[in-house]
Design a protein around this ligand. Structure first.
Ligand code: ADP
Length: 191
């Protein structure tokens, strides 16, 4: 199995590159942001719980996220692999993911980290906010808070995978296809 953690700050292009990697490698997408937005749209209890965190650009509590991912993994027992997008975002989530994948005997293959400078991220998120309808993309304070939360809570997740020799950084600035080629090259070298 090929199990990828696609990592990077908000606005790094994880969603865009996920779509392309899913088609190329036939993977099951697990995007916690998309899953929360789906719950929000359907007005489920989980959606209501997540909303107040998401609206401020804060992280939804670990137990909630981990439970949701566990369920999603179990719903796809026969896939060729998973691509985790926007998860894990804390070391606790990374540890929980290792436990879930080890139980299945299918560990994480690689963490691909898209590297993009802050100024470029802000520009991208503001312009996405003009069309995405996402409340968290429409307020510069919320955007800055998400980047801050990324630095304080999520960056340590990269160290977690570095210790396992699974971390690979890729430049996330440039043409979408060039970035995709760079990611594919790293996957092919590791798989
Ligand atoms: P972005 O990467 O653009 O900030 P996402 O779509 O990945 O957006 O996530 C949107 C929001 O959903 C986050 O700001 C956070 O509130 C919540 N969220 C998504 N994934 C996680 C996660 N793994 N842990 C905690 N909260 C999460």
């Amino acid at each position: 199995m090929l199990n990828i953690v696609l990592f990077g700050p908000p606005g790094a292009g994880k969603g865009t590159q996920s779509d392309k990697l899913i088609s190329k490698y036939d993977l099951q997408h697990i995007s916690t942001g998309d899953l929360f937005r789906k719950h929000l749209g359907e007005g489920t209890d989980l959606g209501k719980l997540a909303q107040k965190f998401m609206d401020e650009g804060n992280l939804v509590p670990d137990e909630v996220v981990i439970g949701m991912v566990d369920e999603k993994i179990k719903a796809h027992p026969n896939v060729k692999g998973f691509i985790f997008d926007g998860f894990p975002r804390t070391v606790k989530q990374a540890e929980a993911l290792d436990e879930l994948m080890n139980k299945k005997n299918t560990p994480i293959t690689i963490m691909l980290a898209l590297e993009v400078p802050d100024e470029e991220l802000k520009k991208r998120l503001v312009s996405r906010g003009a069309t995405s309808g996402r409340a968290d993309d429409q307020d510069i304070n919320k955007i800055e808070n998400r980047i801050q939360v990324y630095k304080s809570e999520t960056i340590p997740v990269a160290d977690y995978y570095k210790q396992q020799n699974k971390f690979v950084g890729v430049n996330g600035v440039g043409a979408i296809n060039e970035i995709f080629e760079a990611l594919s090259k790293e996957i092919d070298a590791k798989a």
